[in-house]
Design a protein around this ligand. Sequence first.
Ligand code: SF4
Length: 339
Amino acid sequence: MKIFEPHQVIFRENALEYPLARKMYKKFEEEGYLIKKAPAKGRLPIDYDKTFQQKYNQAKKTILVAVRSTNNFASCKPSAHYQLPLISGCPAHCHYCYLNTNMGKAPYIRIYVNHKEIFAKAEEYIAEREPETTIFEGAATSDPLPVEKWSGSLTEAIKFFAKTKNARFRFVSKFTEIEPFLNLDHKKQTEIRFSLNSKHIINTFEKGTPQIDERLKAATMLKNKGYPVGFLIAPIFTYPDWQKDYEELIKKISLHFKDEQNLTFELITHRFTDRAKNIIEKIYPKNKLPLDKNERQFKYGQFGYGKYLYPAEKYHELENYFQQKINDYLPDSKIKYFV
Ligand code: SF4
């Protein structure tokens, strides 16, 4: 699996007031990356004279180091109470990616450097809900792992939550560079999940991501270090061999995790928005995604825009199938939700 190499790294000038940004600047410089500076707000020093597709691809190869407003954190149902906004964006090119809805045509990989302020805001949310436990999701608008070697954001979050009462952290990834986490004193307060899919779906739609075996190996290493681990099977598609292929996947997981008592599953069926469909068709014109609205049911989601889901009958068939197979192969695991 090729490791992510950005084409350029842009630092907002106000980000450079933070020690983390200065440390990253030095590291990117030593590693020979193209570095640019930009004002705190406004246009970036990039080539805007490009087609839509070229601009999208340019953004996927651009890291933007910035300061995150901490006015509020978005909610994050059903995976957590709040998003923890440390990173947004992802360098991979999964055709179905949900980021096509919320990041649109300029999916820069943003690293936010004001960790202390972000964690302080998290503490406010935790205090509001005490004595209940508040759960934060670190991958709501990103796959944060490909930039961890520069940002250290997840490492900081794991350390922060290890010493914070009434709170837990979780994030999900398709990537496997988990070495920074292996020797952290995480106190089981961080749950790391891997997003998996059938081999057919990975090979057809998930461009630039590691294969199933690599993800399972990373999950096993984390499990052996005491982390709570889990799996997202997402997005779930129906296609001619879906039952056989998904059974093969669940069987494979069971070979690695059959003795694990606290394994969790999160199951998300494929859905798309008008905005995502529009972008996907421009960026990946030859994609084979099932994006025919006539074959879907329309529903409003938590952020106010509508989504096209599988129709009720198919949805229930999928739900029953996954419940049955996970129960057959991994009876001690827990399905957190099926959506
Ligand atoms: S790995 Fe996740 S965040 Fe990255 S492109 Fe694929 S679906 Fe999107």
